[in-house]
Design a protein around this ligand. Structure first.
Ligand code: GLC
Length: 419
């Protein structure tokens, strides 16, 4: 494991970039130098968790670069384009950013996207604070503004769960969890591209005005995002409790988590014994994907739901692949072994990834499922040992099938320790 951590350090160092902004130097890690040359929100949270085991100063800097681009309303965007010269006009980034009606103005380049990603920031801060508690005072005000923003601006009236305005906010870009909702024909690449991006085009037309977007009534309560959100609110509650002056924040976070948990449990499908995303009409939608396993992160998930999820996780026709955990159940018609359909790359439609394996493993440990957790952890480390720090792995053969030298695959160095 020491060797794995050393290799993780080498990769994270190689993927480190710096940027000067307002006279201050920022350091952060890009997911992949070649393919993802900017700072991504949840990737950086995972990078910080691994950096905390190697060099806590570097971990703090990783998060400080995210903090630096927090917007006045509290949003921390899903991508920060530190080096705008790398922004290609042909990239999707323009579609995901405010102000892109100025697309044809050659001087226009967005600074950040206008979307969110799974809010795993509080968990990253907690991992850093476990090594250096002094970071708490610096991070808490940022966390407070960020999570209050999500609760205030990213939920529909009367709801405590986050509603996503685009499937790309889920972090699991082309997951078939969204096919039905977006009207995607899973057999046609053009349909997957066009339908998923059409939603972003509508958001851009509203210039990312959330009131206008929510009025459209097609936002989605995503299981993965909300499981992480509830876990994050609880983490925030713990962090805030350490300091007497943050007692009100601790109470708010705990209360918000309790309300969100109640609503998350409503997304359980008692017939299929699984969790599914839900659209604005309250209808459970989508395929059986790794999203639905994420409520395992909640220590107090009712026992019958834990048992139901474990059954699917242990089922060789579903998630018990030779190299778990596939991002889509093997028996789903949309399952793609290597993320390719007629030569086009659509990620999150089958292969396993280290971040979702890490989250599932954590959840399993919280329910005393040590054996299954160890099995997934061993298999994850084995895939990385054999195939390198790759973005995705074929769940049937363990072949790497995504971008090489990929940042969050270094979670392999933490997967035996995470709780
Ligand atoms: C892809 C992934 C997303 C990730 C990003 C950068 O878009 O789906 O989760 O954050 O790449 O690695």
């Amino acid at each position: 494991m020491a060797d794995l951590l050393q290799r993780a350090e080498r990769l994270l160092t190689a993927n480190t970039q710096t940027a000067l902004s307002n006279g201050r130097l920022y350091r952060f890690t890009v997911p992949s130098v070649r393919h993802y040359p900017f700072q991504w929100f949840w990737d950086s949270c995972f990078h910080a968790i691994v950096w905390a085991k190697i060099d806590v100063e570097r971990a703090k800097d990783e998060l400080r670069a995210l903090f630096a681009r927090q917007q006045p309303d509290g949003l921390i965007p899903h991508v920060i384009f530190w080096d705008q010269s790398k922004l290609s006009r042909r990239s999707w980034h323009y579609l995901e950013s405010k102000g892109s009606w100025r697309y044809f103005d050659p001087r226009y380049r967005p600074l950040t996207s206008a979307e969110i990603q799974p809010p795993v920031l509080a968990q990253a801060v907690e991992a850093v604070c476990a090594v250096d508690a002094s970071f708490e005072a610096e991070a808490l005000p940022v966390l407070e503004r960020y999570y209050r923003y999500l609760a205030r601006c990213r939920t529909r009236p009367g709801r405590h769960l986050i509603s996503l305005i685009s499937q790309f906010e889920s972090g699991l870009d082309y997951s078939p969890a969204y096919d039905e909702l977006a009207g995607i024909d899973r057999r046609r690449p053009i349909s997957i591209f066009a339908r998923s991006r059409l939603v972003q085009l509508k958001n851009l037309r509203a210039d990312y005005n959330l009131n206008e977007i929510f009025r459209r009534n097609d936002s989605v309560e995503d299981i993965l995002v909300n499981s992480i959100y509830i876990d994050a609110l609880r983490t925030l509650g713990r962090l805030a409790q350490h300091e007497g002056r943050h007692a009100a924040l601790a109470a708010w976070a705990r209360q918000e988590a309790a309300c969100a948990r109640e609503q998350l449990l409503e997304l359980w499908d008692p017939g299929r014994h699984f969790f599914y995303n839900r659209n604005s009409n309250g209808r459970p939608v989508g395929a059986m994907t790794v999203h639905g396993l994420m409520p395992l992160l909640l220590e107090d998930l009712p026992a019958d739901m834990v048992a139901g999820l474990l059954e699917h996780l242990h089922d060789p026709k579903r998630f018990a692949a030779s190299y778990p955990v596939p991002s889509v159940a093997l028996d789903e018609p949309s399952f793609l072994i290597d993320s390719h359909l007629y030569g086009f790359r659509f990620i999150w439609r089958g292969p396993a990834s280290l971040n979702t394996n890490w989250l599932v493993t954590k959840g399993l440990r919280r329910h005393g499922q040590r054996e299954t957790a160890t099995l997934i952890a061993d298999s994850s480390v084995g895939m990385v040992e054999a195939g390198g720090f790759n973005e995705f792995f074929n769940a049937l053969t363990s072949d790497p099938t995504g971008e090489p030298d990929f940042g969050w695959a270094t979670l392999a160095a933490d997967i035996h320790d995470c709780r």
